[in-house]
Design a protein around this ligand. Structure first.
Ligand SMILES: NC(=O)c1ccc[n+]([C@@H]2O[C@H](COP(=O)([O-])OP(=O)(O)OC[C@H]3O[C@@H](n4cnc5c(N)ncnc54)[C@H](O)[C@@H]3O)[C@@H](O)[C@H]2O)c1
Length: 327
């Protein structure tokens, strides 16, 4: 199939592009390089530098690249905290970009659409692990922007018949030998911990040590980016067979922040000094995904389920690319 991957110069989209090409698909990457890296784009993918907020440019993309069968939409502003400081950047820009893309795709005859969604849809989880059918209560303007795109797809299916999948990732993590996490600023726990091991930071401060968890630090569910890519590829066929779907993606096994630091110490051999700071407002104690639905319906099985697999692969990338794609 011919697949448009937006955000394909970014962390998860670049690895999805590699996996799609390995599976025999033709890929067009669209990214404005706001956070992405040209060097992260697979050399066999066509690359279009386009800002998805620019509606005529998005329409032109489908004119220049005819015959696109499916869209995987990774491109987005992605920071929960920033969205609480600058809600318009999320509620306006993420949604304008997404609606431009969905609308242009439908009018170009695209029949399948997969959107990257988030655990931040579930500020008040009804179950733990969190099932995809839990009530959606976005935890921030970022989460709300993803919810709006999920609802937009609902209406575009009803009106135009497009089939879609909403894949709600919990914490994406890990790396491959040639691709990994390289964000500015870097706010995700695992790369920040590994920056201490690289000597780029003196220490790590964890947010809160008095949560009702096994060691007092927050529990989060990590899923490897290669496993996220395989979920996208399975969803491509899945929605054609089963109809539109919403899936939560995680390992169903949470790790505390302190367990992440301990695993990183084990893997890197570095002492990684760590202190416990204040809680961060809005951080729930535990967030774990139930991926039972995608496992049962699509046969998704993570290849890298353990924290050692995930941090080990991330360390391999950071150790060999200490300055990311500029290394
Ligand atoms: N990383 C995580 O833990 C995580 C968790 C849940 C959901 N997600 C979602 O997964 C997707 C990918 O996340 P990531 O970590 O790879 O982020 P990323 O920032 O590395 O990648 C996003 C890419 O989108 C591009 N982009 C942003 N706005 C654009 C625009 N208007 N036009 C064109 N390109 C634009 C950026 O340049 C970047 O390359 C995002 O939608 C994010 O919200 C990520």
């Amino acid at each position: 199939m011919k697949i448009l991957v937006t955000g394909g110069a970014g962390y998860i989209g670049s690895v999805a592009t590699v996996e799609l090409i390995a599976a025999g698909h033709e890929v067009v990457v669209a990214d404005n390089l706001y956070q992405g890296h040209r060097a992260a784009v697979h050399p066999d993918a066509a690359f279009v530098n386009v800002d998805l907020r620019d509606e005529p440019a998005v329409k032109q993309l489908f004119v220049d690249h005819t015959g696109i069968d499916a869209v995987m939409h990774f491109a987005s502003y992605t920071l929960v905290g920033e969205s609480m400081q600058n809600p318009a950047k999320y509620l306006r820009d993420n949604t304008v970009a997404g609606v431009n893309l969905i609308d242009a795709a439908v009018h170009a005859g695209v029949e399948r659409f997969i959107v990257s969604s988030t655990a931040n849809l579930f500020e008040e989880p009804e179950t733990m692990p969190i099932e995809p059918e839990n009530k959606v209560v976005p935890g921030s303007p970022y989460g709300e922007s993803k919810h709006i795109l999920e609802r937009t797809l609902h209406w575009y299916e009803r009106i135009y018949g497009i089939k879609y999948a909403c894949l709600r990732y919990f914490n994406a993590a890990g790396g491959t030998p040639n691709r990994g996490e390289d964000h500015t600023p870097e706010l995700h726990l695992i790369p920040v911990v590994l920056q201490v091991a690289l000597g780029q930071r003196d220490q790590i401060t964890l947010f809160g040590g008095d949560y009702p968890t096994r060691d007092g630090t927050c529990v989060r569910d990590y899923v490897h980016i290669v496993d996220l890519a395989s979920a996208h590829i399975l969803a491509l066929d899945g929605i054609a067979r089963l109809g539109s779907r919403k899936y939560n993606l995680g390992n169903g096994d949470g790790f505390t922040n302190l367990e992440v630091v301990q695993a990183a110490r084990r893997i890197t051999g570095h002492a990684i000094p760590c202190t416990i700071g204040e809680r961060r407002p809005g951080d729930p104690a535990i967030l774990i995904a139930s991926a039972a639905k995608i496992r049962a319906e699509l046969g998704w099985v993570p290849r890298y389920p353990t924290i050692d697999d995930i941090i080990g692969s991330a360390w391999e990338w950071h150790r060999t690319h200490p300055h990311g794609y500029r290394s």
